[in-house]
Design a protein around this ligand. Structure first.
Ligand code: ADP
Length: 652
């Protein structure tokens, strides 16, 4: 039985409208143990024949039996498996992978053949080719001849019975040429069949059999030395044990290690491609922390106020479906007095809101000003910690007195006591009579950044309003809240002469539970909105990674070709590039999580915002970023895996 049997092999290349017949029906058989040289002028079809024999390409027509098996119709992956198990390759350009030591280059095919041999076996092979002392050198630290000997050791690592060498000495000086040829002869003496393509006549003459080609056909076929007698036993060498098929963690970890090396080799580029994901994850984590913090703060605040508080506001009063810009439903202090007279009402305050510029000496501070009535501290748990609140008398007299929040106190007075000092609010002079207790932040709002003055003063002296913005009513107890709500609406409709048919939306009255639900819905929407904006930046980051990976695939086309030539299947290449893109995005995500937590903590410390970092948000954004690595890595990785081995190897 011959090792190789081909009959009427043809190969056509279509280039536009032209069809090139590279092989025109080649028939040939090669016996085990032979040393065959193929020669011929450029373009005669030598490489094409060699690539088909070496299972790197398939013929257009004809039959090819390798080791008694028909292989001309096999798929790319089936060819890859045969290639890695049965044949070794030596190329003119050596094709060693940079950034890997000599011994790692030799061991590379084992990654795909899943053979347990480790580095010792590879080291032994390096010693065989006389490079034992150079095992740790990288390819660029070796001479051309030495690199080619590393490549020979690599071609042997899976113990093939057949080695193909395509112009192995084409790039070498004559001394190296002699060394390489000696090595090949030695291998042939050990029983390995060798097929070599060459231009050099003296190399052709060294072979046991010399085949000359011309125009895609065999021109002559001469035997120069007899075929050795190969006993069956010598060719049946024991092969190293093979790892089990299925999930191969060893392969994954090896891909991961190699990927890390590649990424580390271009640190700046890796970091830049990570940046999008990093910023995105940091933003998502921070936004979610702020959102949840705000929500919690609002809830805490409202529950502390009790459930028997009602807030009355003017509603959207419509006549004939048109919203009225009228003063009909505006609330006045007199309305508050009327409500105060209802049964089961324990306290009523009016509220006027506005903004003002507060000035003390040369300091300015823009703040919120709230006009209210003396019951405010008891209803809002806001008895001044220093000084006092204003009285009913001061409210009546439109006194220019102010109770200030701690933020205002700090901004205007620093460490000094504000009590009794004169400040200006929009150029009106007020006397500070008290400081409110510290309330902390509620979401994005600092509740201590406030000045409270009597309602009458706010309306007449500061904002020039004739009405109040809302009226807060405290029911005597939780049970009477609903009743108070109804009576308030009734009395208001009566006072404003609203016809019953239009009474529905003349006023809105809310109890605390309503307000709480509305506020937490708002802050939830807000934080979701912010988080989704941040999530968009994650997607943009993913596109960045895809871009870089596409560039990387193009740059490493030759490497892909080499890996395929030594037996990598499509799935192996896919996995390799996918692991790289996942590594980039997951690592970016990790740094992003750390940055996001740091930013949240910083915001709560420095700006005083309420934040709450949740484990879920961290896990979700981390895994989301890893998923982005998969989603955006799959296209470049697939592109890499689909490269044809020959075209990839030829790529410059
Ligand atoms: P040799 O190795 O003897 O120089 P080749 O086998 O490379 O010859 O090429 C044989 C013929 O096939 C040449 O005419 C060449 O131009 C053509 N050929 C080889 N590869 C391709 C290809 N990928 N696409 C188109 N034509 C090709």
């Amino acid at each position: 039985m011959s090792m190789i049997e081909v009959s009427r092999l043809t190969k056509e290349y279509t280039m536009g409208h032209n069809v090139v017949q590279a092989l025109k029906g080649v028939s040939l058989s090669i016996e085990e143990g032979d040393f065959v040289a193929i020669m011929g002028p450029s373009g005669s079809g030598k490489s094409t024949l060699m690539q088909i024999l070496g299972l790197l390409d398939v013929p257009s027509d004809g039959s090819y039996r390798l080791l008694d098996r028909e292989v001309s119709g096999l798929s790319e992956d089936e060819l890859a498996i045969l290639r890695r198990d049965k044949v070794g390759f030596i190329f003119q350009q050596f094709n060693l992978l940079p950034r890997m030591s000599a011994v790692e280059n030799v061991a590379l095919p084992l990654l795909y053949s899943k053979k347990e041999q480790g580095l010792e076996g590879s080291l032994k092979l390096l010693e065989q080719v006389g490079l034992g002392s150079r095992a740790d050198h990288q390819p660029n630290e070796l001479s051309g001849g030495q690199q080619q000997r590393v490549a020979i050791a690599r071609s042997l690592v899976n113990r093939p019975r057949l080695i193909f060498a395509d112009e192995p000495t084409g790039n070498l000086d004559s001394k190296s040429e002699i060394e390489i040829m000696e090595t090949l002869h030695r291998l042939n003496d050990q029983g390995i069949t060798i097929v070599i393509v060459t231009h050099a006549e003296e190399i052709g003459q060294q072979a046991k059999r010399l085949i000359r080609m011309r125009d895609g056909e065999i021109q002559s076929d001469v035997r120069n030395a007899p075929l050795p007698n190969i006993s069956k036993s010598s060719s049946q060498e024991s092969t190293p044990p093979t790892r089990a098929e299925g999930i191969d963690w060893k392969e994954y970890s090896e891909f991961f290690k190699q990927g890390m090396k590649t990424l580390w080799a271009s640190k700046v580029r890796t970091f830049l491609s990570m940046l999008g994901i990093l910023i995105g994850v940091a933003a998502v984590v921070t936004m979610l922390a702020l959102g949840t913090g705000a929500q919690k703060a609002v809830e805490e605040q409202l529950t502390s106020l009790g459930s028997n508080l009602l807030v009355l506001r003017p509603g959207a009063y419509r006549i004939g479906g048109i919203m009225q810009e009228s003063s009909v439903t505006r609330l006045t202090p007199e309305d508050a007095t009327a409500i105060r007279g209802l049964p089961n009402v324990s306290a009523v305050v009016t509220v006027v809101n506005g903004k003002a510029q507060a000035t003390y000496q040369n300091k300015n501070w823009n703040t919120q000003v709230q006009g209210t009535t003396p019951s405010y501290p008891s209803m809002h748990a806001a008895e001044p910690v220093i000084g006092r609140f204003f009285t009913e008398d001061e409210e009546q007299k439109r006194a220019r007195v102010a109770v200030i929040g701690v933020t205002v106190a700090r901004e205007l007075f620093g460490e000094a006591s504000p009590l009794g000092e004169m400040i200006k609010l929009n150029k009106v002079i007020f006397q500070v009579i008290g400081v409110l207790p510290e309330k902390g932040a509620s979401g994005f709002r600092d509740q201590d950044d406030i000045i409270i003055i009597p309602t009458s003063t706010a309306m007449r002296r500061l904002f020039g309003k004739t009405y109040v913005d809302n009226i807060e009513i405290q029911a005597a107890n939780a049970e009477s809240t609903a009743l108070v709500e109804k009576m308030t609406l009734d009395i208001m409709r009566e006072r404003k002469r609203i016809p019953p048919s239009r009474g529905e939306d003349a006023f809105t009255i809310r109890n605390m539970a309503d307000i709480q639900a509305a506020l937490s819905a708002t802050s939830k929407t807000m934080s979701m909105l912010l988080a989704s904006i941040a999530a968009i930046s994650l997607v943009v980051g993913g596109i960045g990674i895809m871009n870089i990976m596409l560039v990387s695939v193009t740059e490493r086309t030759k490497e892909i070709g080499l890996r395929k030539a030594i037996g990598a299947k499509r799935s192996d290449i896919l996995l390799q590039f996918l692991i790289e893109s996942i590594a980039i995005s997951a690592f970016g995500g990790l740094i992003g999580v750390i940055l996001g937590c740091a930013a949240s903590i910083l915001l709560s410390q420095v700006a005083g915002w309420a934040v709450s970092i949740s484990i879920e948000s961290i896990l979700v954004s981390f895994f989301f970023s890893a998923a982005i690595g998969v989603a955006f890595g799959i296209y470049p990785a697939r592109k890499a895996s689909l490269r044809h081995p020959i075209e990839a190897l030829r790529y410059e």
